[in-house]
Design a protein around this ligand. Structure first.
Ligand code: G4P
Length: 197
């Protein structure tokens, strides 16, 4: 998605060979016009898949999934990372390990919001090792619902997540795929393919 790639190039900051900072439009300040385009692109890619629910994880997944859910006319549910005062039982729970933070966290969704028969589109901001995506998949499957696909805003193709999701047979639609961030430079997967062809 060209507008997104432009934003990554012009407003992203490479912090290391592994980490891209995009808090001017995605992770802290949110560019609402860009997020609307992102949501529309997800919706276009999944419009024929009978999506009944969109599922994301707080906090940075919420903005890009909001417009997708609006366009698909489906409710948006976000998995919680912290226990809620009012949400204490009747929960679907899975454990997500973050390699970046080296800690495990339980994520949860009320059983009231995903049920057998639902076709769920999972959306998240980053795909790194895929732990968050697999945690969300586990929640959908615990509910007896099916995963229609996984929509990712920025995929770091040099980490394991994409390969592991492909190997497990899930459809992944990433709007920008980073081949690498080496030497402070952003290289997208599709540019690399075209520059060699
Ligand atoms: P994984 O789920 O794919 O295995 O990712 P990982 O544990 O490595 O990532 C933990 C957190 O770091 C996630 O956000 C993820 O979105 C974010 N993250 C991973 N790589 C990058 C990166 O290169 N740049 C940025 N900006 N973020 C990255 P989180 O802790 O859940 O945060 P939030 O959703 O509350 O903002």
């Amino acid at each position: 998605m060209q507008e997104l790639k432009n934003a990554i190039r012009e407003r992203g900051k490479v912090l290391s060979n592994d980490v891209l900072k995009v808090d001017t439009f995605l992770n802290h300040q949110i560019d609402t016009e860009l997020m609307a385009l992102v949501g529309k692109e997800f919706a276009a890619r999944f419009k024929n898949d009978g999506i009944t629910k969109v599922l994301t994880i707080e906090s940075s997944g919420i903005a890009p999934s909001f417009m997708a859910a609006t366009e698909l006319q489906a409710p948006l549910i976000f998995a919680r990372k912290k226990k809620s005062l009012t949400l204490t039982d009747n929960l679907l729970v899975s454990t997500v390990y973050s390699f970046t933070k080296q800690e495990s966290n339980d994520i949860s969704v009320s059983k009231d919001f995903i049920q057998g028969g639902d076709r769920v589109l999972i959306i998240d901001d980053f795909l790194a090792n895929g732990q968050a995506a697999f945690g969300l998949i586990e929640i959908v499957e615990q509910a007896g619902a099916s995963v229609a696909g996984i929509g990712i805003v920025i995929e770091k193709s040099f980490q394991e997540g994409r390969k592991n999701l492909d190997d497990a047979g899930y459809r992944v639609e990433s709007l920008a795929r980073l081949h690498d961030l080496n030497e402070g430079k952003i290289t997208f997967v599709d540019e690399l393919v075209s520059s060699h062809s």
